[in-house]
Design a binder for this molecule. Sequence first.
Ligand code: NDX
Length: 259
Amino acid sequence: MSWSCQCFPSLVLALSSLLGALALLQLSLYLRVPSRYGKHEERLCRPRGRVPARCAWFLQELPSFLVPALLLALRSPPRLEPLGCRLLCCLFCWHYFYRTFIYPFFTRGRPFPLQLLFFGTLFCIYNGFLQGYYLIYCAEYPNDWCTDIRFTSGLLLFLLGMGINIHSDLLLRQLRKPGEVTYKIPQGGLFTYVSGANYFGEIVEWFGFAIATWSLPAFAFAFFTLCCIGPRAYHHHRYYLKTFTDYPKSRKALIPFVF
Ligand code: NDX
């Protein structure tokens, strides 16, 4: 089976706008009350409606990798010229390869609420389709896009953000022994400056991707990421200040030295 190549710009515009609207909805819902998973889940209220963290993160993130990969495989004739376009699609898939096939197998997180797993999976199908469809069917770049300042600076930011995100996730994981579910004060790396170091890395990463692709869908996704995990970083910060009397007072919530 193969799909003939067609780009519908109005579809890209509609899906990107909806993503922007979901970001604002997300912000209004979770600014005051955190999304209820991990340390903000109401304590063991519904033990039955929870899925082991490994399984939940694998299932939830899989569509973000699989959907663009399928779109790519089904496209006829195969595209992704010039090189800039091919690299950009690989960056997106690379992140979600890590998030789907590596991150879940090392996580020591608490079981994840089934209801949020359902919505998270729907979101990943939606976003995987939007980013993949745009890059594979619609994006047009000049042959020298790889040397454009937007591509190079965006790529550098993407790599920097990804490095911070992976390193911070690793530091969080090392706080626990296998089987442990208690919370401790994160130390080292960017956690020296902010409570949400992993989130800071992820936000930098997706804004880098948006600059490198210079596209509406990628900017909409970067904005969604900011609205989704920005408030979560703030709630993590408040949680730490409330829970640990010796929590470093100079540490900010999300942006080093600023907020
Ligand atoms: N998954 C992105 N919205 C989300 C799941 C939830 O990848 O209905 C968004 C993602 C989804 C969300 C996703 C989309 C929107 C949803 C939402 C639920 C509701 C919402 C669907 C898809 C919704 C609308 C209204 C629009 C319909 O026990 P534990 O689990 O707390 O353990 C943690 C541990 N840890 C510690 N251990 C010891 N001591 C401490 N002090 C510790 N602090 C933490 O570390 C975990 O095992 C681990 C990481 O925890 P945490 O809380 O720091 O990060 P977490 O939020 O779990 O994210 C994990 C990684 C991280 O790198 C982050 O950057 C990335 O995933 N992420 C997460 C969320 C979204 C996202 C990226 C993005 O938008 N790009």
